[in-house]
Write a protein that binds this ligand. Structure first.
Ligand code: TEU
Ligand code: CA
Length: 556
């Protein structure tokens, strides 16, 4: 595997609306990010991915872009963006923008022109079809519920396709003129000096054509869009072209949002000659999902979590670098998902972080993860902003769940769990804004906030700093970044243990993912404890006992 500049980096995702509000309007903004750059440096991150801040009606919180070349006034101005890119450079931080090119907003100029003249140039930028006897072309269900087909405004005899919300019309990648427009825009941003892009929903850009129905999977008579996507052939041609015309020219870092990849295809995505630098490993995030909806999803167990990450490590070994996450803006908080209920505390949070940071791949921290932010307790559906959660609430009700059960079912998975404002301190609104926050602050901010953790050497935040420092330690970084991962005693319950090995060094990461102690025996005594989330490690070098949720990194 070729070595790349970004292999040694630690990345951090900012959801701008909820990070820091600099002007008291209740909405996080770019000047807020600029102000917090010293904080990001203190934490030790090198790459910052910012979720969309382009002009947008915010129907899907910025993933519906109405102007790729401008910043939404709620987030700031292009001058703020230029300043952010320049200031971040001074801190050795590269800015990664979100590239949302499967769809744009229905308020984008292209779509407005397409509605004016569906047969004209811009009509061909979208998927616009005639209704036949009042019927839509096929039975695909959008990712956010309902048909992917929506009547074209002003043309009741026509419809347009949206794999996501109806305010997110899909862009027609089959049209070379559309692709040229997108490459121009991508390069315009790269010319500004950004480090790269995170590629939103990117596998959706290739549709299986011509239209046909897929097997019905819910009482609504439709079939999830994923069935069609899995059937589409030729995605690689688009991705290769975009790579060669844009990312390669700038040696930019790219990370793809890819779901359901076929293991044999991984090399095409992230191999030395892959479409992207990296892609997220979502295997544990999607574990237990059900076609019926969130209400039918199974909670993940520590053993299942371990099996997911070991399988991903094995798939990617010698192939390329996954990007590892425990959460993002589409997921519940990782500590609430992967740690069994009742066991969530600072020690278990540090244990989970140890697993994530010691895997091979690029760690992506999601804002607030580093202080152990937890899921929100929603009191009513009225407190929810996210369109996906609102759809899933309805799916639960339609399945016959009473209101309180429906609320419970969406609470576990709601994307708003991760979107509540960052908890900076114990002051009003957790120090996020002096105004009224756009989304309710998690009331646990008096216990969980950055300021108190900055002053506490044993805090979750300080532990994250130690993990990052260990990854960058000249003595160990080679084995942590490039060492081969091998499972250690994977047949044991609730033990997540693995080695990382180069010719020169071997590390053992051992995490006891339960409250009862577990004893681990080695062939030879370990040499040194590099990191420990408790103050002691019981036992001798060759046989030691891990306490509840104890996590250690050992040099063998
Ligand atoms: O997500 C793509 C995606 O497939 C997920 O949104 C998933 O279907 C959803 O989270 C289920 O609740 C990306 C973005 O990360 C997401 O925020 C956007 O809403 C979506 O694309 C559309 O741009
Ligand atoms: Ca603001």
């Amino acid at each position: 595997m070729q070595k790349k500049w970004w292999h040694e980096k630690v990345a951090y995702q900012i959801y701008p609306k909820s990070f820091y509000d600099s002007n008291g309007d209740g909405i996080g903004d770019l000047r807020g990010i600029i102000r917090k750059l010293p904080y990001l440096r203190e934490l030790g991150v090198d790459i910052v991915w910012i979720s969309p801040c382009y002009c947008s009606p915010l129907a899907d919180e910025g993933y519906d872009i109405s102007d790729y070349y401008n910043i939404d006034p709620r987030f700031g101005t292009m001058d703020d963006m230029d300043e952010l890119i320049a200031e971040a450079k001074k801190y050795d931080i590269g800015i990664v923008m979100d590239l949302v090119v499967n769809h744009c907003s229905d308020e984008h100029e292209w779509f407005r022109k397409a509605c004016e003249d569906p047969d004209g140039e811009y009509g061909k930028f979208f998927y616009i079809e005639d209704m036949k006897d009042g019927k839509v072309p096929c039975n695909w269900r959008s990712h956010f519920g309902g048909s992917v087909w929506e009547p074209l405004p002003g043309h009741p005899d026509k419809c347009y396709m949206h794999l996501f919300h109806k305010k997110q019309p899909d862009l027609n990648w089959e049209n070379p003129k559309l692709r040229e427009e997108l490459y121009k825009m991508i390069n315009w941003w790269l010319d500004k000096g950004i480090a790269g892009f995170r590629l939103d929903a990117i596998i959706n850009i290739k549709k299986a054509l011509p239209y046909k129905d897929y097997p019905v999977d819910r009482p609504d008579g439709m079939s999830k869009a994923q069935n069609m996507i899995a059937d589409a052939v030729g995605l690689g041609d688009f991705l290769r072209e975009m790579r060669d015309r844009c990312f390669r020219v700038y040696d930019a870092f790219t990370v793809g949002e890819v779901f359901d990849e076929d293991p044999s295809e991984l090399v095409n995505f992230i191999g030395d000659d892959g479409y992207f630098s990296s892609m997220y490993d979502f295997s544990s995030n999607v574990w237990g999902q059900s076609d019926k909806g969130w209400y039918d999803c199974k909670p993940i167990t520590p053993n299942a979590y371990r099996d997911c990450i070991f399988a991903a490590q094995k798939r990617s070994e010698g192939v390329g670098f996954y990007s590892n996450i425990i959460e993002n803006h589409d997921e519940p908080r990782g500590v609430s998902r992967y740690i069994p209920e009742g066991d969530v505390n600072d020690t278990s949070k540090k244990a989970l972080a140890t697993v994530m940071f010691m895997l091979k791949g690029l760690p992506f921290i999601y804002q607030g993860q580093e202080i152990g932010m937890e899921n929100m307790k929603f009191r009513s559906i009225d407190e929810v902003d996210d369109i996906s959660t609102i759809d899933q609430y309805q799916v639960s009700l339609d399945a016959g769940l009473p209101e309180d059960e429906a609320l419970k079912s969406i609470s576990l998975f709601s994307r708003d769990n991760a979107r509540t404002p960052f908890q900076w301190n114990a002051e009003v609104n957790a120090g996020f804004t002096t105004g009224t926050p756009w989304l309710r602050v998690n009331p646990n901010y008096t216990d969980i906030n950055l300021e108190s953790q900055q002053n506490d050497p044993d805090s979750v935040f300080q532990f994250y700093r130690k993990l990052i420092a260990l990854r960058k330690d000249p003595q160990y970084k080679d084995v942590i970044i490039y060492g081969v991962t091998a499972p250690f005693q994977p047949e044991r319950d609730n033990l997540i243990a693995f080695t990382r090995k180069t010719d020169a060094q071997t590390l053992l990461i051992a995490v006891n993912f339960q409250n009862a102690p577990q004893t681990v025996k080695l062939d030879v005594p370990y040499k040194k404890v590099l990191l420990n989330n408790l103050s002691e490690l019981d036992g001798t070098g060759a046989e030691f006992t891990l306490g509840g949720y104890q996590a250690v990194v050992l040099e063998l």
